[in-house]
Design a protein around this ligand. Structure first.
Ligand code: NAP
Length: 254
């Protein structure tokens, strides 16, 4: 797909991989619809992105709030702002405790955001994309959606769900020009671990000590690679890890 003058809807654009996707797509001339809970971050990002001469529309919303998302979708329809690209990126991990000790609120947040949020957004946005000759859904999965690791339990389950839903979308969109790609990274240094450890920066930093993790830009390179393929090529999955990490539970540290 040629990215100039297309429109991408990105969830979770206030930080990390989603934010970097927005920046790199803006540089390529893609108009943006950005959504997340931290509106101030989106406002700042909008000012930065508009320097690339693209149209940027921002929304404060929780992807788990279907009613709010319905209002946003209705507004997009009213404005005829139809996305060619949907990046289902909003997601989080919470806690690393075994199932018999974990906080059920952590489970609820992960299930609501990573599974229900992705489904709600997809349900509302995919109908707007179906008539395009060139459209693409990118789902942010994870290597945690392929291999379970100690304490990963419910986060793993949500990312296994993303893996399944990516396959399901490819089947459901059979016969259309909407491509579907699962981008499944290993460890990426973003706010992810700070969120997992409920703001404990020291604990979060220790995750990335002794090896070189992926940067958000490395993941975005894969997103752009998938998006830029010719119309007849649908990359269904990209699985990428730091060189030091070969599975979810094997990271070489020195
Ligand atoms: P991050 O830096 O913490 O960013 C997460 C983004 O998701 C933020 O913009 C956050 O925005 C948004 N978000 C979280 N909950 C939300 C909700 N309920 N509603 C709307 N937006 C929400 O983490 P990241 O590493 O960029 O993660 C992006 C995606 O990559 C996630 O799906 C994650 O599971 C996946 N992933 C990450 C890694 C990694 O090691 N970092 C590895 C594999 C896969 P607000 O807080 O402003 O709402």
């Amino acid at each position: 797909m040629k990215l100039k003058n297309k429109t991408a809807f990105i969830t979770g654009a206030s930080a990390g991989i989603g934010k970097k996707c927005a920046i790199e797509l803006a540089k390529k001339g893609t108009n943006l619809i950005l959504l997340s809970r931290r509106y101030k971050n989106l406002e700042k990002l909008k000012v930065r992105l508009e320097k690339y001469d693209v149209q940027v529309t921002i929304y404060k919303a929780d992807v788990a709030n279907f009613k709010k998302l319905q209002k946003i979708a209705a507004e997009l329809e009213e404005k005829s702002l139809f996305p060619n690209i949907l990046i289902n990126n909003a997601g989080l991990s919470q806690g690393l405790d075994p199932i018999d000790q974990a906080d059920v609120e952590d489970w609820n947040r992960m299930i609501d955001t990573n599974i229900k949020g992705l489904l709600y957004i997809s349900r509302l946005i995919i109908p707007m994309m179906k008539n395009f000759k060139d459209a693409h859904i990118i789902n942010l999965g994870s290597i945690a959606g392929r291999e379970v690791y100690a304490g990963g339990n419910v986060y793993n389950a949500t990312k296994f769900a993303v893996h399944a839903l990516n396959k399901a979308m490819n089947i459901d969109l059979f016969g259309t020009d909407v491509k579907v790609t699962n981008i499944a990274p290993g460890a990426v240094e973003t706010e992810f671990s700070v969120v997992r450890f409920h703001g404990n920066k020291e604990k979060a930093d220790s995750v990335y000590e002794g090896f070189k993790p992926l940067k958000a830009k490395d993941v975005v390179n894969s997103v752009i690679f998938a998006l830029r393929q010719p119309r007849h090529v649908n990359i269904q999955e990209i699985f990428l890890t730091p060189t030091a990490q070969r599975t979810t539970y094997l990271t070489y540290k020195n």
